[in-house]
Design a protein around this ligand. Structure first.
Ligand code: ZN
Length: 254
């Protein structure tokens, strides 16, 4: 797997779009949060910050730089400031050959659930099957609320996460990883929808009703076509919410 300039340009555009989707949907509020994409065995693209940083909603492909797994900016890259929590990305990608993309965000609903001690349980069914399946499998929490900016803390996250596709961070946010940027973002969105339902249930004071095991038969993985449709919705919604595509986006030739 060797990424040439066209693949790198497409990867930068995809990471930028992912940051815009996270912002448009409220998963990141200001300048905190980042997305990465593995491009080969040793290198990844990651959202960084320039001297005029304005926040994730204004991300363009020029904000995405190529680094290696040791956090070294690669030759020819713009000298932007790398995320202090870059080890979240590098250590997860090192430990998880199945993962090509990592999302880290601070969604308020997720933070509130962790602070309130509310686990994400399988309480929604066909409303959001992705969320149901994540909760049914179990969404781990990394019981550490500080910044994850060295390999030791990131190692704790990797251990807490195991082979799950997502992990909540106590009082902090979430991390997801997947085979594609799109899926890593969609998993974060699924978890936030479930967190919103969980918080609304808690506000009623009633005990949430979990989905009956018998009903799970009709809660299948809806597959790649469904996920692609969801991604196109969220990408278009981000353009609508944020007032059009970012400067420098590569449009597909079709
Ligand atoms: Zn963070």
């Amino acid at each position: 797997m060797v990424a040439g300039p066209p693949e790198l340009a497409a990867g930068r555009a995809l990471v930028a779009d992912a940051c815009r989707v996270l912002a448009a949907e409220g998963l990141v509020e200001t300048v905190l949060g980042h997305v990465s994409l593995r491009v080969d065995e040793r290198r990844l693209l990651v959202r960084a910050r320039g001297p005029d940083e304005q926040g994730l909603r204004f991300t363009t492909p020029a904000d995405v730089v190529l680094v290696d797994l040791d956090g070294h900016l690669q030759p020819g890259e713009t000298d932007l400031r790398l995320p202090s929590e870059l080890p979240i990305h590098t250590e997860l990608l090192r430990a998880r050959p199945d993962a090509r993309a990592v999302v880290h965000a601070h969604p308020p609903e997720i933070v509130t659930c962790t602070v309130a001690g509310l686990g994400l349980r399988p309480v929604v069914g066909a409303y959001n099957i992705g969320a149901y399946r994540l909760a049914r499998r179990g969404v781990p929490t990394y019981d550490y609320a500080g910044l994850i900016r060295d390999a030791r803390r990131a190692g704790g996250l990797v251990a807490a996460m195991g082979d799950a596709g997502a992990c909540l961070l106590q009082g902090h946010g979430l991390v997801t990883c997947a085979g594609t940027v799109e899926e890593a973002v969609l998993v974060a969105l699924d978890l936030c929808q479930l967190a919103r339902v969980t918080l609304a249930c808690a506000a009623t004071g009633r005990v949430p009703i979990e989905v009956d095991e018998d009903d799970a038969v009709d809660l299948p993985d809806l597959g790649a076509t469904h996920r692609a449709q969801l991604w196109r919705f969220y990408a278009a919604h981000a353009d609508e919410v944020l007032g059009g595509p970012p400067p420098g986006r590569r449009e597909s030739p079709s």
